[in-house]
Design a protein around this ligand. Structure first.
Ligand code: PGA
Length: 277
């Protein structure tokens, strides 16, 4: 991502871009996504993006829609795969990630509907394993992900790969599958579901192995509630207890884009980073 290399600082061999606020993070993320779309379509004729949901990437999607509406950016040659989906859930459910993606991006740009892929929260239980394997097969047959966009949970999760007691090797081999949501994730989902009882406690998620295989990984975090997870993932040991720390094992392909609050627990940064000009 050479267009913002000037401001990227290295940490654990990963690139870290620290910006003043959430809006700056959204703009930088949108720029990075646009650069990857342009580069991949120029070299391979198409771009394959792994996309994330949640509140963090909303601003980046809004910016991409703006660029599209201004006639500056086309998704004609873009294929997308989403990270996760609640299970069971109807695709038309307003709380589904399919609905989220349609509302924030897919329904507002010129992507071909058959190139926008989400895990299907309505497959029968007996077909989950087959569906997850097929999803990975589609990514592979599209040539793999040019970009995986990620958020980070307060507990350090990526996608719905939750903290767990597996060894690092086992965690790095995790494939796309049905998972149980961690109590912290369920608590944070109350925002979308209205009450703790209404939160769907299980989900389908892309596996750690599939995420780590992306040619480029951009992970976003904003707000002081993410500061602990960000510091643990960037400067703590690589451990399945902090799934985002597994990104350290593919460090050269990873860029973090943080606002000042999310970066506030990183050790060794000047107190007022980034400097105010
Ligand atoms: P958030 O979720 O963007 O809504 O904070 C991030 C995540 O859980 O990955």
């Amino acid at each position: 991502m050479s267009h913002f290399a000037r401001d990227v600082i290295p940490l654990a061999n990963m690139g870290v871009l620290i910006l003043p606020d959430a809006q700056a993070v959204s703009l930088a993320a949108a720029e990075a996504i646009e650069a990857i779309i342009r580069e991949a379509t120029a070299t391979r004729g198409r771009a394959v993006l792994g996309l994330a949901t949640g509140s963090t990437p909303e601003g980046a999607y809004a910016r991409l829609v703006e660029r599209h509406s201004a006639g500056e950016l086309s998704f004609r040659d873009v294929t997308t795969y989403n990270l996760d989906e609640y299970y069971p859930i109807s695709p038309a459910d307003p709380r589904s990630y399919r609905t989220y993606m349609h509302r924030h991006l897919l329904g507002r740009v010129d992507i071909a509907p058959n190139r926008a892929h989400l895990l299907d929260g309505s497959v029968p239980e007996s077909a989950i394993a087959e569906h997850c394997a097929a999803f990975e097969g589609w990514i592979a047959s599209d040539g793999g992900l040019d970009l995986q966009l990620l958020g980070i949970g307060r507990n350090g999760h990526i996608g719905f790969n939750e903290p767990c007691g597996l060894s690092v090797d086992e965690a790095r081999r995790l494939r796309t599958r049905l998972v149980e949501l961690h109590p912290v994730t369920r608590a944070d989902a109350v925002r979308d579901f209205g009450s703790a009882e209404a939160v769907i406690p299980t989900a389908l998620t892309l596996g750690v192995a599939t995420i780590l295989a992306a040619r480029s990984i951009v992970i976003l975090a904003t707000g002081s509630h993410k500061a602990g997870a960000v510091a643990a993932a960037l400067t703590g040991p690589i451990t399945a207890e902090v799934p985002a720390s597994l990104l350290q094992s593919v460090a050269p392909r990873v860029t973090w884009i943080l606002d000042r609050s999310a970066a506030s627990a990183l050790p060794g940064l000047p107190a007022a980073w980034p400097p105010i000009n």
